[in-house]
Design a protein around this ligand. Structure first.
Ligand SMILES: [Zn+2]
Length: 120
């Protein structure tokens, strides 16, 4: 997500694969940051994710700090789950399985795919 080069509408728009980069919520461009932190369509999913992340030592009270969350290996496990649950990356299910996720993350193969997409 550092470069936001994942399969969200913002990216698809940039490569002319989508007509607009606007999110379905109409509140902004569908960047990874928007989906993770702002989008009103995923309020419930986000709440569950942030609740989990807030229990991680070192991130308590810092869940709004995008960079801290995105650079924390344990947090990524919940970020991956969140992204998976939004269904936004469904079209990339066949994406590369190679992952740069740290060994300490306890995520399944599908989650690793998502983390790879997110971090790529
Ligand atoms: Zn949105």
């Amino acid at each position: 997500m550092r470069t936001q080069r994942i399969g969200l509408r913002h990216f698809l728009y940039k490569i002319n694969a989508a007509e607009s980069d606007r999110c379905s919520c109409q509140e902004g461009s569908q960047t990874s940051r928007h989906v993770l932190l702002q989008c009103s369509l995923y309020t419930d999913l986000r709440g569950a994710m942030l609740d989990r992340i807030d229990r991680i030592r070192g991130l308590r009270g810092k869940t709004a700090d995008y960079d801290s969350v995105m650079s924390h290996p344990q947090a990524l496990r919940w970020v991956a789950e969140f992204v998976h649950n939004t269904g936004l990356l469904g079209q990339f299910r066949e994406a590369e399985l190679i992952t740069q996720a740290p060994e300490s993350t306890t995520i399944g193969a599908e989650g690793k795919t998502l983390v790879k997409r997110i971090l790529d």
